[in-house]
Design a protein around this ligand. Structure first.
Ligand code: IPM
Ligand code: MG
Length: 358
């Protein structure tokens, strides 16, 4: 198969991790007899530097015309003081909206080899951590009206959170479909004791639940969920939640797995063209030193093969390669522990790529 992939390297550490993911994907294509064509496009800080805007029109067009999109990470201190309309993050949000990527899948899974890297007590980790957060990605407060006005002599800021039934229903369905092929347990996370958006959300959730009698469905308040994720993460299989809650909970979930550098994500819409990125940011503090962990981005490439290209075997081969390299004791600095072999970004990518043909 021939697939075209739009590549957004991004800012700071972004290009370093993307380079390794591309390396591993090229090797996978070679071994399995595919052709992956990578096409660099600009978004975020790099686009602001080159064109003045975070999402040039051509980038959105290229992404829509590709079979899939691979992204590093955008943003960083250089862009902290630019007007909000042209912040790098704006480019990311506009791209998610422009491609209608309403479903964001963020797995939280502990690699057995790295259990000691989790900040949770060993007995809690031993119960197992393997769940996925399905986050609504193009609605809610992220896309409501944002305004700062002067009212009564002082500044007053407003951000509107809004959800329609159909927006809720389509993401809740992704939650049920995801749970159905996993552990058949779905938790809908909300703040229905306070927010109308959450009351509507929960209502739609329980209506749709009737169509999935094989999936155990429950709802949970977001504050309680934040607590349960560190108290007993083994209770979760699939979580479905709105945009802002999903943003916050997915960072929490990634941390308990040991390192945010390990976690991939998939953003999916109505077509098979999705966007795949590690869930970590551009990590400006460690950029350019050759030490960032490329595994989250490499596994994002594996998710792309599975969800956008229906290449199950190829995707599994990448996961197996990552596991094999970890089994052999190779670690980047963020997951390093005594007795392991410390490697840099490039070496980690090369080790994983080399394992693909075995
Ligand atoms: C994420 C990030 C983004 C978000 C930022 C960079 C806008 O935190 O993908 O989780 O909030 O969605
Ligand atoms: Mg986030």
């Amino acid at each position: 198969m021939r697939k075209t992939i739009a590549v957004i390297e991004g800012d700071y550490s972004g290009p370093e991790v993307v380079r390794e993911a591309v390396k591993v994907m090229k090797k996978t294509a070679e071994v399995f007899g595919h052709e992956f064509v990578f096409k660099k496009v600009l978004m975020g800080g790099e686009a602001i530097d080159a064109t003045g805007v975070p999402l040039p029109k051509e980038t959105l067009e290229e992404c829509l015309a590709s079979d899939s999109v691979l992204l590093g990470a955008v943003g960083g201190p250089k862009y902290n003081d630019v007007p909000k309309e042209v912040r790098p993050e704006r480019g990311l949000l506009a791209l998610r909206a422009g491609m209608e990527l309403f479903a964001n899948l963020r797995p939280a899974r502990v690699f057995p080899q790295l259990a000691a890297a989790s900040p949770l007590k060993p007995e809690i980790v031993a119960e197992g951590i393997d769940f996925v957060i399905v986050r609504e990605l193009v609605g809610g407060v992220y896309f409501g009206r944002h305004e700062t006005a002067v009212v009564g002599g002082q500044r007053q800021a407003t951000d509107i959170m809004s959800y329609s039934e159909s927006e809720i229903e389509r993401i809740v369905r992704v939650g049920f479909e995801t749970a159905r092929v996993r552990g058949k347990k779905l938790t809908s996370v909300d703040k229905s004791n306070v927010l109308d958006c959450s009351r509507l959300w929960t209502d739609v959730f329980h209506r749709v639940a009737k169509e999935y009698p094989d999936v155990e469905a429950r709802d949970m308040l977001v504050d309680n969920c934040a607590m349960q994720i560190v108290r007993r993460p083994s209770q979760f299989d699939t979580i479905v939640t709105e945009n802002l809650f999903g943003d916050i909970l997915s960072d929490e979930a990634s941390m308990i797995t040991g390192s945010i550098g390990l976690i991939p994500s998939a953003s999916l819409g109505r077509t098979s063209c999705g966007m795949y990125e590690p869930i970590h940011g551009s990590a400006p503090d460690i950029a350019g030193k050759g030490i960032v962990n490329p595994i989250g981005t490499i596994l994002s490439g594996a998710m792309m093969m599975k969800y956008s290209f229906a290449m199950q075997e190829e995707s599994a081969a990448v996961e197996t390669a990552v596991n094999a390299v970890l089994d052999e004791g190779y670690r980047t600095a963020d997951i390093f522990s005594e007795g392991c072999k410390k490697v840099g970004t490039t070496e980690m990518g090369e080790l994983i790529a080399a394992k693909i043909n075995e």
